[in-house]
Design a protein around this ligand. Sequence first.
Ligand code: SF4
Length: 305
Amino acid sequence: MISCDRCSGRAVIFQKYSGKHLCAHHFEEDVHRKVKEVLRTYRILGKPCRIAVAVSGGKDSTSLLLILHSLFSYREDVELVAVSIDEGIEGYRSRTLAAASAVAEKLGVEHVVERLDENFGVTTDLMASQGHPQGPCSFCGVLRKGLLNKTARELSADVIATGHNLDDEAQTVMLNYLKGDVDRLYRLRPKRALKGMVPRIKPLRRVPEKEMGIYAIVHKIPIETAACPYISRAMRQEVKDLLNEIEAKHPGTKYSIMRGFEKILELQPPGSYEVIACTRCGEPSSDGICASCRLLDQIRAEQSL
Ligand code: SF4
């Protein structure tokens, strides 16, 4: 048996980047420490706050709900509300949402589910069947993000917490470097307090994906293995494989990528993002028509052909 480096308990993980073996208790303590460090950067600890936790039913977002509940359940001035978006993907989303509902109910956290079809009159299945060259993810992602923001705002949430982990973040940063997309890189900044937009926070951004998997197993969180039938992230998958390979040879690389990215963010010119209300739906936009309304125009035009 390999023992924990902090006690005599059985180790459940070896962190190559820190050189430590940790038992379940000290592993959880380590994950919570990293989450608290991130929350401190968002300056939400110590203030009354209503947090909308975006839960899809996957291991990361469900674990996030559990972690935030465990960190804040003793605080009467911090409220959690779980928010899910049902994109309308037959045979997939209903399964993950059932898992999210079960965990929210167990924790006694309100769970709000909003549907794309009830809000926009479209589903991801419909968008996929139209065969747009951009692929269904471009539509689904924009509409889901917009609806999540609207729902969180209507719930009077101060922030939206999402389950992006260290691997997700490092992959996104690398993808934007590889595409030379500096604008998108800047848009990844940790907190965006723009008019009409509920700021997003990513409490798991310092926790590696593998550790989120172990966290879910240790806490017996049901892991939904079904993948969205439309998933097509060819380049992201390549970047993911590459980063995992480099991380295995040089532990800590994913943390280094994020440290470098945080330094780049400091170079962002002030006032880069002006936000005005969409003239159609009133949601935030950069030029008077929001991304959701533009996509809906394209989908409806296709329907009327
Ligand atoms: Fe939507 Fe694409 Fe995610 Fe499926 S993989 S839920 S289509 S964004």
